[in-house]
Ligand binder design. Structure first.
Ligand code: ATP
Ligand code: MG
Length: 471
């Protein structure tokens, strides 16, 4: 390496990986606020928080999300986990022993080879969390708890997608799942009620709830519909794009997801699932809608809202929000009664949703609801050694009372200190100089008006407390 290249290398700047980003203050205050609201609202509906690993066996997602979905087939961040060398030596010795002591080298090599293969695990960063929640439900025997078990989670998910507004490779979801017990429509409509309560509480405006029922995977229900859909698609095959043409055979339901302008006219002519639901699914859907009405929740039906996986059934829903361009879905959810069983657990009813937190935050910001309180309450402008000791004590008392306080670590001229207080967006400057300290009367300047008032120490705290309560 030449000197020049070495120098360049040394000065290399690091950047966040494409599709990932830093969330910075003051925006992070909005994120905290959104998450805090979720904790509060979900708790009022009796949900408990579950914290899950960031990575799991690749196979878990392949099975739960589906091997032929985009998520699993091309969007997962997967890696082979190197085997643990200690384990390897142990296995090596064991296998050598099994083969008989004094084994030929050939056998020993085979054993090593075998143990190495056995020890490699394929892992993936989680692209979503429903699979993990179901895995945990089974692993911790939660079917023995009072049913249903109501869990929620929040945290980062990872998908290798093309980054754009509202679409990232590391993004955040807030989600909930109800597992076990009944599939009564009261469960479906209450989980939607909770979601809308949460969106309302965080101040999301213009959210639209879309619902649909995709029936169940039976010959008198969804399978009959898929047959009808398949036939209709075949008739129009040459007018569809290559993706949809392929899906006629792999997963015809997913053609309904298409956003291609050129396909919309054809899709509009396709049969609707509502006309193919069995009696049980029809009644369930009618009851979910009725109960949403009882709960005062507005919805729109969208017959094209489908999930392409066998274990999804009956209720599906999606919520869109304004200000997001084409990435306007802030939440997706649905019933998935077969999933726990598919992952090796007992037959278990299940329903859940996942909110895209990044998109929710974007929509709040676009509608001007993203402002969070910024800046300090009080900036302490002090001068002199004696004043510093008083300032430290004042800062401690004010912080204890819940105020956000900036205490400059070095002495500044008052003019400079007040300028700094302004820049930091402080509401008040507490001025502490020699006079204030010796007289025990402190000066408080309201920065927005420039008004200045003197207070004996205890009165000052009282005054600030009152101001805080009225603002
Ligand atoms: P989309 O059709 O927008 O790709 P999806 O069907 O892949 O969404 P789900 O898997 O249902 O989405 O996830 C639920 C929510 O998570 C979405 O409604 C969206 O708000 C959010 N989400 C999904 N993928 C991303 C991503 N790459 N970046 C940001 N948010 C995302
Ligand atoms: Mg997607």
């Amino acid at each position: 390496m030449s000197d020049a290249t070495a120098k360049k290398e040394e000065r290399r700047k690091f950047q966040a990986i494409r599709g990932t980003r830093d969330l910075l203050p003051p925006e992070t205050a909005l994120w905290s606020h959104v998450e805090q609201t979720a904790h509060e609202v979900f708790a009022t509906f009796g949900y408990g928080e579950i914290r899950l690993p960031i990575f799991e066996q690749t196979e878990l997602f392949a099975r739960a999300v589906g091997g032929d979905t985009d998520i699993v087939s091309k969007e997962m961040f997967s890696f082979a986990d190197p085997f643990n060398p200690d384990d390897m030596v142990k296995t090596m010795v064991q296998q050598a022993l099994q083969l008989g002591l004094g084994v030929e080298l050939k056998h020993f090599e085979q054993a090593v080879q075998q143990s190495a293969e056995d020890k490699i695990q394929f892992l993936s960063l989680r692209p979503e969390a429903t699979a993990s929640v179901c895995r945990a439900y089974i692993e911790h025997n939660m079917q023995q708890l009072p049913q249903p078990v109501k869990l929620y989670y929040m945290g980062p998910m990872f998908r290798r997608e093309r980054p754009q507004k509202g679409r990232y490779r590391q993004f955040y979801q807030i989600g909930a799942e109800i597992l076990g017990g009944t599939d009564a429509p009261g469960i479906d409509s209450e989980v939607i009620e909770m979601l809308m309560t949460f969106f309302d509480k965080v101040g999301l405006q213009g959210a639209t709830l879309y619902i649909n029922s995709i029936g169940h995977n039976g010959p008198d229900c969804r399978r009959a519909y898929i047959g009808a859909l398949y036939n209709a698609l075949l008739k129009n095959k040459d007018q569809l794009g290559p993706d949809s043409q392929r899906r006629i055979d792999t997963n015809p339901l997913r053609v309904l997801d298409s956003k291609l302008e050129s396909e919309q006219a054809i899709i509009a002519t396709l049969p609707h699932i509502a006309d193919h639901l069995c009696d049980g699914c029809k009644t369930h859907y009618a009851e979910v809608k009725r109960q949403l009405e009882v709960r005062g929740i507005l919805y729109q039906e969208n017959w094209r809202l489908v999930r392409g996986l066998d274990y999804y059934m009956r209720t599906t829903f999606e919520i869109t929000a304004p200000g997001l361009g084409s990435q306007n879905a802030v939440c997706g959810g649905g019933r998935y009664d077969g999933l726990v069983e598919l992952l090796g657990g007992p037959p278990t009813k299940g329903i859940g949703f996942a909110i895209g937190e990044d998109r929710l935050i974007l929509s709040l910001q676009e509608s001007g609801k993203g402002q969070v309180q910024q800046g300090r309450d009080i900036y302490i402008a002090w001068m002199g050694e004696k004043a510093y000791a008083t300032a430290i004590r004042a800062a401690k008392d004010l912080r204890k009372a819940g105020f956000s306080v900036e205490l400059p670590p070095v002495e500044q001229k008052f003019g400079k200190a007040l300028g700094q207080a302004d820049k930091l967006g402080a509401k008040y400057a507490l001025i502490l100089g020699d006079n204030e300290v010796s007289e025990a009367v402190w000066t408080l300047k309201t920065l927005s008006t420039g008004e200045q008032a003197k207070f004996p120490e205890p009165d000052l705290l009282e005054f600030l407390r009152k101001q805080k309560n009225v603002s």
